[in-house]
Design a protein around this ligand. Structure first.
Ligand code: ZN
Length: 524
């Protein structure tokens, strides 16, 4: 049986107006917090269901009605999150935190931390930013199509200025980038991130030089998974792989979307993918990535649903779970030893394709202009250059009009390729136009965390080869579930990594893996 929204424990009866009963003691105050947080989580889940539907099945003519419904629910949720009685309750509980057990204290600490960030920002600035980001996103779409950075530039300047004002409101004593970063990766400072990324840069740049040399020397065409793969059969294959890796279809779905994503509607986890009938990799690796996100969501502790302890730790940690299943599991020989025979039964065009050719095809690498199409190694360099540029933008040492030139210089330095158009350069991603400043680092952090977690998992469980023996990766999933998923937000990401792996976040594991991959390609 699955756990439904109303069947979860700890729910108090609400009064006629839907409010949770008032507090008398610290324990009942905490119960009141739980009740309210779960109602807010229900509203957020309803909002996500509407958004999921919009990205998958919504008829085009229903878009304006849907935008209104989403707006209404979002406003309701905002009212609930900023209601004076709720803010006072959280403050009261925070003052009484020593009287709470450690788990409850986590819920109070994390709720107060997020609320304090929110309430320091003036409502007018929140509204101004929401409208600005919506407008800038629309301008970005056209600017990208027409390759016209100058159209976006004034909006980008305003987005960065608004980001700085938010950072100053949240904590004027700290560098703005630090404050913005924390929203996505609590517990990670710019200084710690810079040290980690310096190590990555130092290790990856020479590997990139080797990759370029290898490509110039005439790399072989990686055609092993190209051919004719009917979409109906790909749907079956992707579903089978997702289920074998542990994705629970009685608490989730796999659908299609132009830009794949995962969303959790309470305990119901929806993942999406997309297919290319000429290349099996395109859909499969999207699916594996989203399966990783989905397994994390399905692994959160149902007993603490709706509370910080029952939520994903950080964006970087979420990404680590996606990368672990996509890259460490999905690109391994062990994975293909299990799934190549299955694929060969479904797709006659794969008959006779040797395992080694498939493993090389899914580990192909080389310089590329577009981040979302980049291989596992150069992907991190795409992130590092954005990290450098956005820090300079937020600090004011790089002016927006100078950004395209700075982008080309960074691209030459990091990737060894220079985009001929802004469309293939600075205009390729929507993040900055959407106001997501300091978001990009979480992608590379995910790769760093994934590599470190995988080394720890193999030390505890034996090589992946052994874990995946007959395609049943439950032992790995259970290991992650017990240590990472069930922890929720009990610890901040750097501390959780240190607890699970015995060492603070380090680039060493990712670099070792990258070195091995380059050597594998060179040996072909
Ligand atoms: Zn992801």
């Amino acid at each position: 049986m699955t756990r439904g929204g109303d069947a979860r424990g700890g729910r108090l009866r609400t009064d006629a107006a839907g409010r949770c009963p008032g507090p008398a003691t610290v324990a009942t105050a905490y119960e009141r917090l739980v009740c309210e947080l779960r109602q807010q989580a229900d509203l957020a889940a309803a909002l996500r269901l509407l958004e999921w539907d919009q990205e998958t099945y919504l008829p085009a003519g229903a878009l304006s009605g849907r935008a209104r419904q989403i707006g209404t629910l979002a406003a309701l949720l905002h009212q609930r999150r900023t209601a004076p009685w709720f803010l006072a309750l959280v403050d009261e509980l925070a003052a009484a935190a020593p009287a709470l057990d450690p788990g409850r204290a986590v819920d109070v600490r994390e709720t107060k931390w997020r609320l304090d960030r929110c309430r320091r920002v003036d409502g007018a600035l929140v509204r101004e930013r929401a409208m600005l980001h919506a407008e800038a996103r629309a301008v970005w779409r056209v600017a990208r199509q027409t390759d016209d950075f100058t159209a976006l530039a004034p909006y980008l300047s305003r987005v960065i200025d608004a980001g700085r004002r938010v950072a100053a409101a949240v904590d004027g004593a700290r560098a703005p980038y630090d404050v913005l970063l924390e929203a996505y990766e609590p517990g990670m400072s710019t200084a710690a991130l810079s040290a980690l990324f310096d190590d990555l840069r130092e290790g990856l740049l020479p590997l990139m030089d080797r990759l370029r040399a290898w490509c110039t020397a005439g790399r072989a065409e990686r055609a092993a998974l190209r051919g004719e793969f009917p979409v109906r059969r790909q749907r079956r294959f992707n579903r089978l792989v997702a289920a074998r890796l542990g994705f629970a279809f009685d608490r989730g779905r796999l659908d299609e979307a132009a830009h794949p994503f995962t969303t959790a509607i309470g305990g119901d986890v929806r993942i999406t993918t997309r297919y290319d009938r000429g290349d099996l990799r395109y859909g499969l690796y999207s699916t594996l990535h989203e399966v990783g996100h989905g397994l994390y969501e399905q692994g959160l502790d149902p007993a603490t649903w709706g509370l910080p302890r029952g939520q994903a730790c950080s964006l970087g940690m979420h990404e680590s779970q996606a990368r672990l299943w996509e890259n460490h599991v999905g690109r391994s020989a062990a994975f293909w030893r299990v799934f190549l025979p299955v694929a060969q039964r479904m797709f006659p065009s794969l008959a006779g394709t040797p395992l080694e050719a498939v493993v090389r095809a899914v580990n192909d690498a080389g310089p590329s202009l577009i981040r979302t199409e980049a291989d596992e190694i150069s992907y991190n360099l795409h992130v590092l250059m954005r990290f450098e540029l956005e820090q300079a933008l937020v600090a004011g040492t790089l002016r927006v009009p100078d950004l395209p030139a700075a982008w080309r210089a960074a691209s030459a330095e990091y990737l060894g390729v220079v985009p001929r158009t802004d469309r293939d350069g600075v205009l390729q991603d929507v993040h900055w136009a959407s106001g997501a400043l300091a978001y990009f680092p979480t992608y590379a952090l995910g790769n760093v965390y994934a590599a470190q977690l995988m080394v720890a998992a193999e030390a505890a469980l034996g090589p992946l080869e052994q874990m995946l023996g007959d395609g049943d990766s439950r032992v790995l999933l259970e290991w992650l579930r017990a240590r990472v998923h069930r922890a929720g937000r009990s610890l901040r990401a750097p501390a959780l990594i240190a607890t699970v792996t015995g060492a603070p976040p380090s680039a060493a594991h990712l670099l070792r893996r990258a070195e091995e991959k380059v050597a594998l390609l060179e040996s072909a």
